[in-house]
Write a protein that binds this ligand. Structure first.
Ligand code: ADP
Ligand code: MG
Length: 238
């Protein structure tokens, strides 16, 4: 298991600073949920951890190693997106295998990994299908399959369930928590859904305008919000 540590992480696009020096320590095995209004910097923060966005200032450490200038593929991190980001021309098996192919993993190892992952996610019957012929929930499972097949230690989720209906969202939420535990992963999960945050999180990080307003357990934040912003966001009276 790996911890993730952000020391005064800053992001600026051109001259415009959007993340203003975030400090956060996620302990190994922890499930941390980032919440906050649209545009507050949640995705940017995840993308910096994944290496999809350059860090303007500060230090990112994963499992004790500084990651600032390590390429995304060499970080032990996988990210699951809201829009699935599946390859439409590849079937389910090849979508899941993609991350292993680009690392030149042996064919028999790839086949074994795809079999295992599709079993875990209930996709065994759909391996030959293209994404267009799957339901929303099945597509999201494929996206998760693609993330877990490399057995990363850190999972980043960017509003992975926002495109699903309420019933499926509840079901997938439980699956994500189960996977997190089963894989012994460290997870950082972005959502704007407070029920999702309250049910999934060991700790919730409330962001606003590129800063952290408060970090605490769901109960802490609900009972002792640091300010009216946090109170408003998590629904308890100020
Ligand atoms: P959230 O995920 O919390 O909705 P984002 O991290 O996507 O917020 O965005 C944070 C801020 O950074 C927003 O003001 C957004 O407009 C800005 N931003 C995001 N990506 C870029 C980019 N590539 N270039 C310029 N500004 C960006
Ligand atoms: Mg976002």
């Amino acid at each position: 298991m790996s911890g993730v540590r952000l020391d005064h992480i800053v992001k600026a696009y051109g001259g415009l600073q959007v993340v203003h020096g975030i400090d956060l320590e996620v302990t190994p095995g922890e499930f941390v949920v980032l919440v906050g209004p649209s545009g507050c910097g949640k995705s940017t923060t995840l993308r910096m951890i994944a290496g999809l966005e350059e860090i303007s200032d500060g230090t990112l450490t994963i499992d004790g190693t500084v990651m600032n200038s390590i390429a995304p593929k060499d970080r032990d991190v996988a990210m699951v997106f809201q829009n699935y980001a599946l390859y439409p021309h590849l079937n389910v098996a090849d979508n899941i295998a993609f991350g292993l192919r680009i690392r030149k993993t042996r064919k028999d190892e790839i086949a074994a990994a795809v079999k295992e992952v599709s079993g875990i996610l209930g996709l065994t019957e759909y391996l030959e299908r293209r994404p267009a012929d799957l339901s929303g929930g099945q597509r999201q499972r494929v996206a998760m399959g693609r993330a877990i097949v490399r057995q990363p230690k850190v999972f980043l989720f960017d509003e992975p369930l926002s495109n699903l209906d309420a019933k499926l969202r509840t079901q997938m939420r439980a699956e994500i928590k189960r996977l997190h535990k089963r894989l012994g992963a460290t997870s950082i999960y972005v959502t704007h859904d407070q029920v999702e945050a309250m049910t999934l999180a060991d700790r919730i990080v409330v962001m606003n305008d590129g800063r952290i307003e408060q970090i605490g357990s769901p109960m802490d934040l609900f009972l002792n919000p640091a300010n009216t912003f946090v109170a408003g966001f998590l629904g308890s009276p100020p």
